[in-house]
Design a protein around this ligand. Structure first.
Ligand SMILES: [Zn+2]
Length: 83
């Protein structure tokens, strides 16, 4: 189903119509409030989310490296035991 005049509601309060497969769409940002269009610097939580993502990625990477180190250690011990 295609709605040529789907209603888009933005968190900033503006609404506009667009073509969509959904009749009603809720968005957090639109051309009326996006800094790119308004030219204003508005703090959107994106930076915080990126930081959190990077932290999680760093933790995951460290855990993976630890797991690899452990398995190498195990393999070395096993090889030593078999030798
Ligand atoms: Zn908006």
């Amino acid at each position: 189903m295609w709605y040529p005049e789907a209603r888009v509601h933005c968190a900033c309060g503006s609404t506009f119509t667009t073509g969509s497969t959904r009749k009603e769409i809720a968005v957090e940002i639109c051309s009326a409030c996006h800094p790119l269009f308004t030219g204003q610097q508005k703090l959107i939580d994106t930076a915080g989310r990126v930081d959190k993502f990077n932290q999680r990625a760093a933790i995951a990477k460290r855990k993976q490296e630890e797991a690899v180190a452990r398995s190498k250690e195990r393999a070395a011990k096993k090889a030593a035991a078999e030798a």
